[in-house]
Design a binder for this molecule. Structure first.
Ligand SMILES: Nc1ncnc2c1ncn2[C@@H]1O[C@H](COP(=O)(O)OP(=O)(O)OP(=O)(O)O)[C@@H](O)[C@H]1O
Ligand SMILES: [Mg+2]
Length: 484
């Protein structure tokens, strides 16, 4: 009995090693839509996912193993790790299943639903693990840096795997309802003003409950490319809602705290502007701004100036976990967008969300486990090379977060992230099973989006739990940390 268990462990580790040698295949919103719109084929999706999900899981599982031992020992982190191991095991059971086996293909859909449910509480459980580490051991700059680097990649990986699972299950499970206009969880005509209004209304509800007062809002929509046409893009409304809700909550809290809950409050200005390339949303408040010395801290997990929420209170807090900004930026970056804060201390803050207008440019940004990422976990903080050490660490953080857009046309992964498929990619032969190099930068993909076997372009796929579905679960929507 003991021997079998050991063998199973060795076998599982071997499979994780194997799949982690491939790099994930990023998909654009256009591909997701094209796959789901007409005659979506469950079999084609199955062929793609039975390789792609193990690849994405294995890539991030290798990074979990590189976390400091003191963190890996924490009960919550062990729990999260065990969920990943179980899910990998379950999905790998379909590795050799033929598409002719209709029953097994249908079972795959059920298996994905089970995996999604298992991972529902990953964000808060991992957050709990880090709190456990802090309480039991405290942590230094090196660990803090590693954790920040890891969490960005870990949560991004989770967003992406959920996107794949949700698209498959929403498209092919008969048990799940979907919004008639949506393709999986993507809205091909996502109305930005509608989502902003929804986010404002819900944030205001929380703010009123907490402070008995809340600022008004003023909207401005500028359609720079097609005047007087409502602003729409292809997007995942639940992602957009999440980002705007978090930013509006932050803006409201700043305004009320700065001016006092019993005084007149200046409104929040939300500007939505569509150009040819960028869709920009600016949420501007007059909440007193943020000093420059705090600017580097804003996107750190657990950085918050709000009182720690009491989980026993049963009410949803307006702020306090310090996950609002870093997670919102991940959602923005996931499809090649960004989130930037610019502040004038003594006046207010502008939070600017950038999204891609063209769905073909909105490609997933995915972490890749390779030599570059490996090095991040073993490197220590460099010695100060400016007279003021804070200045040095400021530059360090800035570099760490500037991975997404700079090298987007390069074929080399920038600092361990997948890049947008380079424009010339389409003429390259499929790289399936080729150029494998353990932990090297030139990892192949198991699923090339041009791969003839998956026919992904012709058929298709798409994403996460629909925005409308999540509207039925107010707690999930309202508490920033408890994202799906
Ligand atoms: N618009 C803003 N004006 C002033 N300070 C802000 C603004 N947005 C964010 N901050 C500061 O950044 C900190 C981190 O924000 P973040 O949203 O990540 O966490 P939080 O709001 O404290 O908690 P939660 O995870 O519940 O959102 C806030 O505590 C606040 O001090
Ligand atoms: Mg917040």
């Amino acid at each position: 009995m003991m021997k079998v268990t050991k063998q199973q462990l060795v076998q599982a580790a071997r499979l994780i090693d194997h799949y982690s040698q491939y790099q994930p295949s990023p998909l654009s919103l256009k591909k997701f839509i094209a796959f789901g719109e007409k005659n979506a084929s469950e079999k084609a999706s199955f062929i793609f996912l039975k390789k792609e999900i193990p690849v994405r899981l294995a890539n991030i599982m290798k990074e979990i193993n590189l976390l400091p031992e003191s963190l890996l020992m924490q009960p919550s982190v062990r729990l999260v790790k065990s969920w990943y191991e179980k899910s990998f095991e379950e999905v790998i059971e379909f590795e050799n299943v033929s598409i002719e086996s209709t029953v097994r293909v249908a079972e795959f859909c059920d298996a994905l639903v089970k995996i999604r449910n298992r991972h529902t509480n990953v964000v808060e459980t991992m957050a709990q693990g880090i709190l456990e580490l802090k309480d039991n051991y405290g942590y230094d700059h090196v660990i803090q840096n590693n954790i920040q680097y890891f969490l960005d990649r870990f949560y991004m990986s989770r967003i992406s795997i959920r996107m794949l699972i949700n698209q498959h299950t929403l498209l092919f499970s008969e048990k799940l309802d979907n919004h008639p206009r949506h393709v999986g969880c993507i809205d091909p005509h996502c109305d930005l003003h509608d989502v902003a209004k929804d986010a404002y209304d819900n944030a205001r509800f929380l703010c009123d409950r907490y402070y008995l007062n809340s600022p008004e809002v003023q909207y401005q929509c500028i359609n720079g490319s097609e005047h007087s046409v409502p602003i729409e893009i292809v997007y995942v409304p639940s992602h957009l809602y999440h980002i705007m809700f978090e930013l509006i909550k932050n803006a409201m809290r700043a305004v009320v705290e700065y001016h006092g809950p019993d005084n007149d409050l200046p409104p929040i200005h939300i500007t939505i502007c569509k150009g040819k390339e960028d869709l920009t949303i600016k949420i501007a408040d007059q909440g007193g701004g943020i000093p420059r010395t705090s600017a580097d801290l804003l996107f750190q997990y657990m950085y918050s100036t709000a009182p720690k929420p009491d989980p026993e209170s049963g009410t949803v807090p307006l702020a306090g976990y310090g996950y609002g900004l870093p997670l919102s930026r991940l959602y923005a970056k996931y499809f090649m967008g960004d989130l930037v804060l610019s502040s004038m201390e003594g006046y207010g803050t502008d939070a600017v969300i950038y999204l891609k207008v063209l769905s073909s440019e909105a490609s997933e940004l995915l972490p890749i486990f390779n030599k570059t990422s490996l090095k991040q976990y073993s490197s220590s903080i460099p010695a100060a090379d400016w007279s003021n050490p804070n200045y040095t660490s400021g530059l360090h953080f800035a570099r760490q977060f500037s991975t997404a857009s700079k090298r987007k046309y390069s074929t080399m992964p920038a600092r361990g992230y997948s890049t947008m498929p380079a424009r010339g990619y389409s003429t390259m032969p499929a790289r399936r099973y080729s150029t494998m190099s353990p932990c090297g930068c030139s990892k192949g993909t198991l699923n090339d989006s041009k791969c003839s076997e998956t026919k992904f372009d012709q058929n298709n796929m798409s994403d996460v739990v629909s925005y409308r579905t999540s509207q039925r679960e107010p707690l999930f929507r309202l508490a920033g940390l408890f994202i799906r």
